[in-house]
Each structure stands twice: as structure tokens, then as C-alpha cells.
Design a protein around this ligand. Structure first.
Ligand SMILES: [Zn+2]
Length: 239
């Protein structure tokens, strides 16, 4: 049996035509039931990225008028923003690099203390970042600060479905105190299992975003489900 035949017998493997919110007519591939194993075969968009792209289409207005800031330097969402927005600024959090400085062409920013001027952007986006930010409230206040009046924040985080956010760890200076057993996520730059999860978000993330100064905030579930996966997107707007 050759490799292709054996692959087609894998449990959970599925392939179907679909209209990708990121790149148009395409095929949707599922390698397993895991959300991260579902992708558009053309733009490589995951359900997380394609949910956020759907939210942009219905809640961000014409992207060609927007200066965007995305808190990562790779992925289908970023490629979509680069194709459609007036400008796109990107960054990663890089240990040992001062905010605003670059290493290997990648700008370092700490979302808790951004180096951008007030009112620099019309749109801020992030996927699966805030659960790793020690002081997420400071990070949300910073995104509010760098957005222009009427600007929008669209982000995803893993949500438990519960109401109340569960804090897993807290940081005091360089010391991390674990309140629950440590959980780590993978990261493209740092490798698998390297990035500490500080909290498991509940639906009260909306209140944290409002506390940071945003005028409105809500969780929006995209209409298009990708083999059962559709990620709620936090959509917020500043005055
Ligand atoms: Zn696509």
C-alpha cells in the first residue's frame, strides 16, 4: 500500500470543497478532529484564523482604509491583512530584545508596554496571544491606547465556555507563581510546549476589555463552521 492510500484510511481524515473566507474557492482538509489539524489547503488558514477573517469581513469595514497592527509575524490572517489593509505592522514578543527594536528583521513588542505612539492604528488583531500575557489588563489598555477613535480590536483566545476566567499563574517581577498546574502552548519561534498559559478565559473576558476603556465589546461566533470548528471572536470598539 502506498503512502497516499494509507493516508486515506486514517480515521478522521476528511476533505471537502468550500469557499474559504480568506482565499475563495478551495478545499478544506481535516487530518484529525483537533482544531489545529483543520486547514484550507490553499491559504493554510486554520479555524482560528478563518474565524477572525470572517469577523473582519462583517465588522471591520473596508480594510483598504485601515492601518492594522497584528501581534504576530506569520500565518493566514497576516497574509490576508497584508493583501487588503492600507498598512500592516507586525511584532512578536522576543525575550532579551527591547520593545521597538528588531532581531532578524522581527520587531519586538511587549503588549503590556507598547512602543507605538497613541492613536497609531485603526485595527488591532491577535490570535491566541492574551492567555500568555502576564498582565492582560495592561495589554488591553495598551491596545486601546494605540487605536484611533472608532478603531477596532479583534482577537481570539481559547475559551472554556464558563463565565469566570480561571487564573493559572501570576507574575511578580521575574518570579512566576503557579496557582494551578503549569500548562504550556507551542509557539512558532520558541517551539512546542514553551509558552506558559497564565489563564483560562471565560466569557467575562468581555468585562476585562470594557474595563480597559473600550466602548463596546462582545463575543461573535462566525456563521461558517469548518468541520464543526468556529471560534468566537472578541470584537471591541473604542470611542
Ligand atoms: Zn483559504
Amino acid at each position: 500500500m502506498n503512502a497516499v492510500q494509507s493516508d486515506l484510511r486514517r480515521p478522521g481524515l476528511r476533505l471537502r470543497p468550500f469557499r474559504c473566507p480568506g482565499c475563495g474557492p478551495s478545499l478544506l482538509l481535516q487530518l484529525s478532529d483537533d482544531e489545529m489539524q483543520v486547514r484550507c489547503v490553499r491559504c493554510r488558514g486554520t479555524p482560528v484564523h478563518l474565524s477572525l477573517i470572517q469577523a473582519l469581513a462583517s465588522h471591520a469595514g473596508p480594510l483598504a482604509r485601515l492601518d492594522a497592527y497584528e501581534l504576530s509575524t506569520t500565518g493566514a490572517l497576516l497574509r490576508h491583512l497584508r493583501r487588503h489593509c492600507r498598512s500592516v505592522t507586525t511584532s512578536e514578543y522576543l525575550e532579551g530584545v527591547a520593545p521597538g527594536r528588531s532581531r532578524d528583521g522581527i520587531r519586538c513588542e511587549d503588549v503590556q508596554s507598547l512602543s507605538f505612539a497613541d492613536r497609531s492604528f485603526d485595527l488591532c488583531t491577535s490570535t491566541e496571544v492574551f492567555e500568555h500575557v502576564p498582565d492582560d489588563r495592561a495589554g488591553l489598555r495598551e491596545l486601546h491606547r494605540v487605536l484611533r477613535p472608532g478603531g477596532r480590536l479583534l482577537l481570539t483566545v481559547p475559551l472554556t465556555g464558563q463565565q469566570i476566567t480561571r487564573e493559572r499563574a501570576r507574575r511578580d517581577g521575574k518570579q512566576v507563581e503557579h496557582l494551578l498546574s503549569p500548562t504550556y502552548h507551542g509557539d512558532r519561534l520558541k517551539g512546542p510546549g514553551k509558552v506558559l498559559v497564565y489563564r483560562d478565559y471565560g466569557n467575562d473576558i468581555i468585562e476585562r476589555v470594557l474595563d480597559a476603556g473600550f466602548r463596546v465589546a462582545r463575543l461573535w461566533t462566525p456563521p461558517q463552521s469548518l468541520f464543526g470548528h468556529a471560534r468566537p471572536v472578541l470584537i471591541a470598539e473604542r470611542d
